[in-house]
Design a protein around this ligand. Sequence first.
Ligand SMILES: NC(=O)C1=CN([C@@H]2O[C@H](COP(=O)(O)OP(=O)(O)OC[C@H]3O[C@@H](n4cnc5c(N)ncnc54)[C@H](OP(=O)(O)O)[C@@H]3O)[C@@H](O)[C@H]2O)C=CC1
Ligand SMILES: CC(C)=CCC[C@@H](C)[C@H]1CC=C2C3=C(CC[C@@]21C)[C@@]1(C)CC[C@H](O)C(C)(C)[C@@H]1CC3
Length: 608
Amino acid sequence: MRMPSIKFQSGDTVMGRWPGSSLFYEVKVLSYDAKNQLYTVIYKDGTELELREADMKNPTGFKPSRRSRSRSPSRRRSRSRSPARTTRRSSSRTVSGTFIAETHNARKEPKLEEVLEVRLVPVAKPIENNINNKHEKTEENDTANKVNEKPAEVEPEKKVVESRYNLRRRKDDGDAKPAEQTEEAEQKPAVARAPITTELEFGGRLGVFCMTLLLPVTVLGLMVVCSQEDASLMSSPPLPGLDSLWDLQVFGMVVLWLIFQALLYVLPVGKVVEGMPLKNGERLKYRMNTLYAFVLTVAALGAAAHHKMDLGYIHSHFLQLAVSSLLCSVLLSVYLYVRSRWATQDMLAPGGNSGSVIYDFFMGSELNPRIKGFDLKYFCELRPGLIGWLVINAAMALAEMQLHHLDYPSPAMILVNCFHLLYVLDAYWHEEGVLSYMDITHDGFGFMLAFGDLMWVPFTFSLQAYYLVHHPIHLSLPWIVGIITLNVIGFSIFRKANSQKNAFRRNPSDPTLSHLKTIPTATGKSLLVSGLWGLVRHPNYLGDLIMALAWSLPCGFTHILPYFYVIYLSILLVHREARDEAQCRRKYGSAWDDYCREVPYRIIPRVY
Ligand SMILES: NC(=O)C1=CN([C@@H]2O[C@H](COP(=O)(O)OP(=O)(O)OC[C@H]3O[C@@H](n4cnc5c(N)ncnc54)[C@H](OP(=O)(O)O)[C@@H]3O)[C@@H](O)[C@H]2O)C=CC1
Ligand SMILES: CC(C)=CCC[C@@H](C)[C@H]1CC=C2C3=C(CC[C@@]21C)[C@@]1(C)CC[C@H](O)C(C)(C)[C@@H]1CC3
């Protein structure tokens, strides 16, 4: 079906102005956003941008640039340049494809520089330390594109450009295709059309259906096996009776826990920050108060323990707590699915709008579902599950002491508790960084995340502590030192990688990062290409995996069950890496390929 009365139609090949320049390239119209009156177009190098009608023209009246036709993008790159020239060019990235000069007001061909350089951001000065650096490539390899951005100068130009052209990157639209225009939508242009998810993940409908059933069973199965003396995954423990799975009072406790955490979430303490830009350019506001929530929870539990509340309740009702959490996550997911039917296009995640009930229920249709200012996904991601995990760990330490008549928890239990505590507190300390993680910026909120946050995280991440209650381990001092060292290494890589990326995204000219080399991309953003981000393409995943191993080692080698977390994380991060890779390739086009050539390993240096 054709678009409403607009000049260009989806599929048309037209000339689109390259932002910030008077240069036009051949682009293909992908879709039209009636609400914002923007066309989504794709350049020949795969770069997707949104353009206004005024910046698009019919191909007639243009003449091809002879020079550009005669030089392929790769040939252009292979010209030799002096460092000075390298610097000037380094702020720009050419869009491969046919470059065409506008003929009506500029009859003569643009100068070579104009042809070759589309300036997205200006550069202040050369980065000397890039030269002779081990990552410095020959021009064949596009060395010239490495810059350090200087926002002091970049911002004004960028803002002007952004007000004339919509430079929002199409980061969320990777796996979505525009829906056919319906008559209803034509009559109501204010209501945006929903993008249809065509590329289904996790094995499509059947895959997510199986996962919806199997994941909860897996959690419960692991918990049951973990409590057995023979915690072998090959063992067949007795099936738990209904009364050991369900208790209304326990369900009430879980609901109370969620309400308590929700109250802490709305406390007007902590600064309010803006999240990443949404599709419509808006930024949602988030209050950063997870650390307060954690401290107040500890204080509340301390007070409750003082009044004779027994934390051992958690250990003795572990399965019932898990089942109640599962029920809460199912109810929440149903609510999320139902409310997503009323969401507008701006509010939808690209991955959860296939039209299949089970698939959309699992993946989540809405990106940031909110009730007034209460962000359901952000709340669940960081609070009830993560704090719950730590509370369960503490309860397991107490249970261990009670069961084995100890004055203190065992060294293994202390290590596991401390490592997990560090991990969660680190997330809270760097709470702002979480706003840029994939779950918040890209994934919809559906069963996968609701279940992940409310059941998977607290009840599988705490399995090591649960295991130690029933399977005491003696750790020698060198072993303890070795495990701590491994965790410190993993944590340092994880933290440094995440902090560097977050700092760079916030302020690309951050002086602490000036020694790092970068590759600019057509979106105006650059990619870090040295330091940890030059070692592998996902150093933060590497650090996370090393830590995961350090968390399992205190449980010894008798059973594989305490290693479940490393196994899960490896699978999740490898899959996540592939998803992110696909998204980045769509977002950054040839710049991403350059990055992959420069940094060939994904997570593990020299192996993967
Ligand atoms: N414990 C657990 O169960 C789990 C933990 N995690 C952890 O959560 C954290 C967040 O993970 P996740 O959101 O998946 O991914 P990342 O934080 O790694 O974010 C990926 C994004 O970073 C940007 N990016 C990629 N390469 C570069 C580069 N070279 N320079 C600058 N920016 C780059 C891109 O976004 P853009 O360019 O748009 O900014 C890309 O889409 C990780 O530390 C991970 O280990 C994740 C899942 C589960
Ligand atoms: C298939 C299945 C079980 C999916 C659920 C996945 C979720 C459990 C994870 C997806 C990404 C997560 C992150 C964290 C917890 C696990 C989930 C929700 C995280 C909050 C843990 C603490 C970290 O410091 C973190 C903030 C980096 C991390 C973010 C991603």
